[in-house]
Design a binder for this molecule. Structure first.
Ligand SMILES: Nc1ncnc2c1ncn2[C@@H]1O[C@H](COP(=O)(O)OP(=O)(O)OP(=O)(O)O)[C@@H](O)[C@H]1O
Length: 279
């Protein structure tokens, strides 16, 4: 249906200026129903800021953000603030943020494989179980869009692959759009339709094409990993100046980098140094 091809949300040349600097700038982003878009980039590169602009939590200082009318969003944040000293069952945790029909909660827990944990204390869950409960809570309200900020935190490699597969299954089942945030530059889902690499701006974007092929990689993840994961390779050829402009390999300076530029240099600029010092 034509309607389904319209983006759920979009950012156009969006940037956020705070405390005398651009946290992120020049971001173009669209997520459509049934599509998985992954934001990758190092710590402090503006992934969460970009997601917040897209969701309307932060208003862009330049450019535009738009969302489909009545968009239902399921958001799994990077951190949750819960008083872990209080007893809290998975069942209650599922309903903490609002009314939820028992059947919808059950279906969501079944979809992420945590039904058997319904009476468990949230604080006793393993990292992987907790992420699955968070996912269940997010999909229980049947969102048009799922936003997952670092969904594999606290999860080992095997659990990580399983979780990525689960996210792909959820997309197939409920045909929602998914905006995934990961700081991992090397491991992204093969199921990702589009990867947007940020480092204060969009360094590059496109399909994750270079599938892991090295012997070391295969032996590390095993046969199951190869189809599930892809390596998104980077070679950087331009530098970001402290004022947000971009200096290219030939010495020219432009406001933003362009798709044909390749990617930014690994060497630290002042701005990147500030980021890493802060981190
Ligand atoms: N509200 C704010 N005011 C000022 N600076 C902010 C604000 N929010 C984030 N920042 C800064 O903006 C930069 C980008 O932060 P952001 O959280 O978007 O990065 P990220 O790529 O999601 O990082 P991480 O991988 O560490 O979660 C960081 O340097 C951060 O300190």
């Amino acid at each position: 249906m034509l309607e389904n091809t319209n983006p759920l949300l979009s950012l156009s040349s969006a940037g956020l200026f705070r405390d005398g600097r651009w946290l992120v700038r020049g971001v173009d982003l669209e997520v459509r129903p049934g599509e998985i878009v992954t934001l990758i980039g190092p710590n402090g590169s503006g992934k969460s800021t970009t997601a917040k602009m897209a969701l309307g939590i932060m208003k862009p200082s330049e450019g535009a953000a738009s969302r489909r009318d009545g968009l239902v969003v399921g958001y799994v944040p990077q951190r949750v603030s819960i008083d872990w000293t209080l007893p809290l069952s998975v069942e209650r945790f599922m309903r903490l943020t609002g009314k939820l029909a028992k059947r919808d909660a059950d279906d969501a827990m079944a979809a992420t494989g945590v039904e058997h944990l319904r009476r468990s204390e949230v604080r006793t869950l393993s990292g992987g179980e907790f992420q699955r409960v968070m996912l269940a809570r997010a999909i229980a309200r049947k969102p048009d869009l799922l936003v997952l900020d670092e969904p594999v935190q606290g999860v080992d490699f095997t659990g990580e692959i399983a979780l990525y597969e689960l996210i792909g299954q959820i997309r197939d089942k409920i045909q929602c759009g998914i905006l995934l945030i990961s700081h991992d530059l090397h491991v992204v889902m093969a199921a990702t339709d589009r990867v947007i690499c940020l480092n204060g701006h969009v360094c590059c974007s496109g399909t994750p094409t270079a599938v892991a092929s090295s012997e070391a990689y295969r032996s590390l993840f095993g046969g199951r990993a190869a189809p599930a994961l892809a390596v998104y390779e980077h070679s950087h050829d331009h530098t970001h100046l402290p004022d947000g402009r971009v200096q290219h390999a030939d010495g020219t300076i432009t406001d933003h980098c362009h798709p044909e530029d390749g990617h930014h240099r690994h060497g630290e600029t002042k701005q990147e140094k500030e980021h890493s010092d802060a981190g």
